[in-house]
Design a protein around this ligand. Structure first.
Ligand code: CP
Ligand code: NVA
Length: 296
């Protein structure tokens, strides 16, 4: 059976742990002689480079393709692009505006589809996040993980991973940019403990790790002015970090905007794990590619 990786929550807890184990001790060259299609409808630094290098290290050949080149649902349908590429490649990975595109790919593909970021989720980022937290902060089940800012794709995938691993997820998000009641219930049902406050100061209480992300995700540029106004007060700065646990770590998936969602002092400070986290995108990519190849 073909297994895809569209969301963290589509994995069992055991499978999540398996991917993390495979990240740190991959099996040989599961992609030897194989191609991997990497389709990007949006820009990327970390995801493109980590996926290309992971494919190479696993013995395969990455084919990078810009979204406008294939024109998903414009030049030809998502389904036609997918079925053709599945004949050339062992895996198809895509960064898309609409999550429904990766779902439609998975529905017609007999090779694994990996979501490299959609409007809904960013599973490869969450894998890197938990690998980094485990390495620097201890088992996720023992951690209180705060996320301050926009409840976006990164926040949703991180929350799924933290909850599935039995940790505490503490959200500090402005109203209307937060997780609604159904979403909080959905996360809590995955395991762990979830709490949310519209006051970022409340969200910081007891946090061992504090995450944030951009206030303006790719595709939301037209909302920039209003978002900058609404999120003022949600900058992770020294005053906010003082409310977390002593020696709490700071994390950010990047790209970062110093002076907006995080102050330069915190982003570049001694408790920041952002570079290690970024480098673990390669670790996570190796785990994800190895896992889909093993399962399919
Ligand atoms: N964090 C992340 O996905 O970075 P890129 O957009 O540079 O790939
Ligand atoms: N939330 C951000 C993450 C970038 C890696 C975005 O979707 O643009």
């Amino acid at each position: 059976m073909t297994r895809h990786l569209l969301d963290i929550c589509s994995l069992s807890v055991q499978e999540l742990h398996d991917i993390i184990s495979l990240s740190t001790s991959p099996n040989n060259k599961p992609l030897a002689g194989e191609g991997v299609a990497l389709i990007f409808e949006k820009p990327s630094n970390r995801t493109r480079h980590s996926m290309e290098m992971a494919v190479y290290q696993l013995g395969g050949h990455p084919v990078y393709t810009r979204g406008e080149e294939v024109g998903l649902d414009e030049r030809e349908s998502v389904e036609d692009v997918t079925r053709i590429m599945a004949g050339y490649h062992a895996v198809i990975a895509a960064r898309v505006f609409k999550h429904s595109f990766v779902e439609r790919m998975a529905a017609v593909s007999d090779v694994p589809i990996i979501n490299m970021l959609s409007d809904k989720s960013h599973p490869l980022q969450a894998l890197a996040d938990v690998i980094t937290m485990q390495e620097h902060c201890g088992p996720v089940r023992d951690l209180t993980v705060a996320y301050v800012g926009d409840y976006n794709n990164v926040a949703r995938s991180l929350g799924e991973a933290v909850c599935m691993m039995g940790g505490t997820y503490s959200l500090g998000c402005p109203s209307a940019y937060d997780a609604d009641e159904d979403e909080l219930e959905r996360l809590a049902a995955l395991g762990g403990v979830v709490r949310q406050s519209p006051d970022p100061k409340v969200a910081m209480a007891g946090a061992d790790v504090v995450h944030t992300d951009t206030w303006i995700s790719m595709g939301q540029e037209e909302e920039s002015a209003i978002r900058r106004k609404i999120f003022r007060g949600f900058c992770v700065d020294e005053a906010l970090m003082k409310l977390a646990a002593p020696n709490a770590k700071f994390m950010h998936c990047m790209p970062a905007h110093r002076g907006e969602e995080v102050s330069a002092e915190i982003f570049d400070g001694p408790n920041s794990l952002v570079i290690q986290q970024g480098h673990h995108r390669l670790t996570a990519a190796i785990g994800a590619l190895t896992w889909v190849m093993e399962k399919s």
